[in-house]
Structures are given as C-alpha cells and as structure tokens.
Design a protein around this ligand. Structure first.
Ligand code: PLP
Length: 434
C-alpha cells in the first residue's frame, strides 16, 4: 500500500486508515470520528454526476451544500406557514412569525449571545458589514480616525470601510502578514493607537485558510477603546464560536456558508451598541409611529430589519444551525483538521505544486499553484473529473497581491468530504493535461 508520512500519523493513500498509537491498530479514521458516509446521505446533491463522474464538492469556502432537512424546511414553510410576519391576526401570520422568531433564538443559542435582541437578519456577510459601516460607522467615525484592517480581508470587509473613509476623512490602516499568511502580531500592536476607532478582522482567511488570533485582537482593541467587527463568513461552519467569550462588538456571517440558504445572514451586535445606533435602511416594519412630521423607530433588532424579511430562508437557516449543532462543531473541526492534514500532505507529493499560505493555525482551505498551468486551467481540468474547486482571486485581491500573485486554485473542505475524494483529486492533478 502506498503511503506518505505525517508528523504524528501514518496516512495511507487509498483506504486512508489511521494508526491508533494507544492500541496499535489501524482503524478507519472517518468512521472513528463520525460516520461520514451516513452524513453524506443527508446531502442529496452529493449524488450528482458531473461529466460522468461522481461530484466532488471542494468549493465549500464559496458556498456549502444543503442537507435534505434544510430543503424540507423551506418546502414546509411554503406549504404550511407562508405569510408575512409581525403584522396580522390570522393563523398563518402567527405560524410564520413563530417560525421566524424561533430561528432568531436558534441563532442566539448557536452563538451563545446574551439576548435575541442582539441578532439581526440580513442578506449575508456583505450586507452585514455594510449595515455596521453605514449605520454605526457613519454616526461615529470622523476625520482623522483610523480603521484598522488586515491584509487578509475579503473585499466585503474592505470596500465598505474604504467608502466610509472616503466620506468621512478617516484613514484605512492595513496590518501586515508574513509570507505564510499569518498576521504579524507585534506589528499589529504597533498600529493600534488612540486614533483607532474600528478594527475589522476576518476570523479565517477565505484564500489561505489562516485562522487569525481573533481573541487576542479583540482584547487588544478593547484595551485601547476601539470597536471590533469579526467577519465570521469562513469560521462559522468550522470552529465553535462563543460570542460572550470572544466578545466582539459585532460578528457577521452568511447562512449559505453553513449549509443554509443563500440570501440570508446574521449580524450579531452588542445590545448597548445597537441600542445607541440609528438604522441604515428605513421603511416598513422598523418603525413605531410615522407621521409626515415625526418618525419613531422600533426597538432592536427590528429597527435594523426594514421591509419584508427573507422569512423562509431565516427559518431554514435555523434548521441548518440545528443540523450542525447536532453533529457538533468540535467533532466537525477535528474531522476537518484531519482532512486538511491529509490533503496537504497529498498535494505536496505532486511535482510542481506549490501550496500558498502555510499558517500554523489553519482551517480546511488550501490555495495552490501548479507549474505550467493557469489556475483556471486547473479548475477546468478538475471539473472534467467531476471535481469542483475555485480558481481566481477569491474576492481578496490585496492578499494575493501581497504574495505576488493574481490568482490561485482553492480547494476547500467540509465535513461531508472524504479522504477518498482527496485521493481522486490528487490523482487527477497528477495526470493533468489541458
Ligand atoms: N468575508 C469572507 C471572509 C468571505 O469568504 C466571504 C465570501 O466568500 C464574504 C465575506 C462575503 O460573503 P457573502 O458573499 O455571503 O456576503
């Protein structure tokens, strides 16, 4: 049997058993951690055949696939509950309102937030960051203030702050990273100062998989009185988050990255901060009283949910979070770490393949380049084998530029992926011929 050696594990390329040091036996690592084959049955799309090959979905950082329970929840909503919410005395309005507000409680519980009032539904991470920049930001950021970002940020956590800086005369400051894609914490500390009003930080880089030292940065920022927004788009489905422990001022994520629908996301905001912030969008649903002379707003969170909400997708997001919680994020993180290690070792055996970003703390995202092939050619060649990866700039041009690149191939894993799928991908890359 062919195998390659990791630091602590012997990993075999075909059936991928693992050597258990305590009992000296080889066992199937997938089955030992959780039953991945059983989990895969929950995701109907994983049965798709693409170019006469079984689909291998390695584009999870872009979006995740949906379990049947989430799909069913959407259908059930439209079959039995569909109504607008909060505004009518009829039965369906009560059903839809209950389902919507129950989902808010599910999100609160998932994050361990103190109150449901701290949970606002938005379209996704992008809209969430815009909400903070265009409400709190506009009301609090002044000329000469500094907004501290990092080189790792997604465009969603750059553009709204850049716009705000342009409008207010504030300054964008960018914390550097080393060649492995890790934030240089000593440099970071030097950039924090009395002018720093807002710190924006991705929890996990969508390009390199770097897990940032979010807890340390939140603490450092708070020591100097700055507010912190955590972009949890990439972390929400991969590492457990306890909001009261992490203690950011805001944290945003998208439902579609955690096995929920597209078009729905969450802003967590600290209650006192949300209470003190005026809304950025206005209209129906967010008001208490309206006359042509005077308008008063509803309390949070509704003050930030103008217009008819994306009700069905909120409800289905709640189902997705329940699904993830049933498996358990610690078990998910452990399994994905094992997949990450396996994939990294395997990819490193391919001649001419270079992994971009080798942070010590890394989540299940691997960017790479293959000598002689453009990333788009690698993506197309893998697609012929039924394997979906991303190629391009991943909406994070500054970090690629920092590393002297314009694009990479990105393979991103989720808990329904397997070592066998990784083996297929490695074989396809070994034989690549455009
Ligand atoms: N932030 C990060 C780190 C991301 O990876 C993404 C999407 O890939 C976003 C923000 C934007 O998310 P959305 O497009 O769901 O708003």
């Amino acid at each position: 049997m062919e195998y390659f050696k990791a630091n602590t594990l012997r990993i075999y390329q075909d059936s991928a058993p693992i050597f258990n040091k305590s009992n000296g036996k080889l066992y199937d690592s997938n089955a030992a951690i959780f039953d991945v084959e059983k989990i895969r049955q929950d995701f109907p799309i994983l049965n798709e055949v693409i170019n006469e090959k079984p689909l291998i979905w390695f584009d999870n950082a872009s979006t995740t696939q949906k379990p049947q329970t989430v799909i069913d929840r959407l259908t059930y909503f439209y079959q039995h509950e569909n109504s607008n919410i909060h505004r009518a005395a009829h039965t369906l309005a009560a059903r839809a309102t209950d389902a919507y507000e129950n989902a808010r409680e599910t999100v609160r519980h998932f994050l361990n937030a103190k109150s449901v009032n701290e949970i606002i539904f938005v379209k996704g991470t992008t809209e969430g960051i815009n909400l903070v920049a265009k409400s709190w930001g506009k009301q609090n950021i002044k000329a000469g203030d500094e907004i501290l970002l990092t080189h790792l940020e997604h465009h969603a956590n750059i553009v709204p702050w850049h716009q705000l800086a342009m409008e207010t005369g504030a300054k964008l400051i960018v914390a550097p990273v080393d060649d492995q894609g890790q934030i240089l914490l000593d440099e970071y500390k030097k950039l924090l100062g009395s002018r720093t009003k807002l710190v924006g930080l991705c929890h996990i880089s969508n390009v390199l998989g770097t897990v940032t030292p979010a807890q340390e940065i939140v603490n450092l920022a708070h020591e100097i009185g700055a507010k912190v927004l955590i972009d949890a788009a990439q972390s929400i489905a991969h590492i457990p988050i306890d909001i009261q422990e992490l203690n950011p001022d805001w944290l945003v994520f998208s439902g579609h990255k955690i096995f929920g629908p597209t078009g729905i996301g969450v802003v967590y905001g600290r209650q006192d901060l949300l209470d003190a912030t005026d809304p950025w969008q206005s209209g129906g649903n967010m008001i208490s009283e309206v006359s042509f002379e005077h308008i008063s707003y509803r309390p949070i969170p509704k003050r930030f949910e103008a217009g008819t909400a994306n009700i069905a997708d909120v409800v289905a997001l709640g189902k997705a979070l329940d699904y993830v919680q049933n498996i358990g994020l610690t078990a998910i993180a452990n399994y994905e770490n094992e997949l990450l290690e396996y994939a990294t070792l395997g990819l490193k055996t391919i001649p001419g393949l270079h992994i971009v970003g080798n942070a010590m703390e890394k989540a299940s995202v691997i960017s790479f380049l293959l000598d002689g092939f453009a990333p788009s050619e690698v993506g197309q060649a893998l697609n012929k084998q039924g394997i979906a990866v991303r190629s391009g700039h991943h909406c994070a041009q500054p970090i690629l530029k920092r590393l002297g690149l314009t694009s990479t191939v990105r393979l991103s894993l989720a808990f329904y992926n397997t070592k066998s799928e990784i083996n297929h991908c490695i074989k396809a890359l070994e034989k690549i011929d455009c």
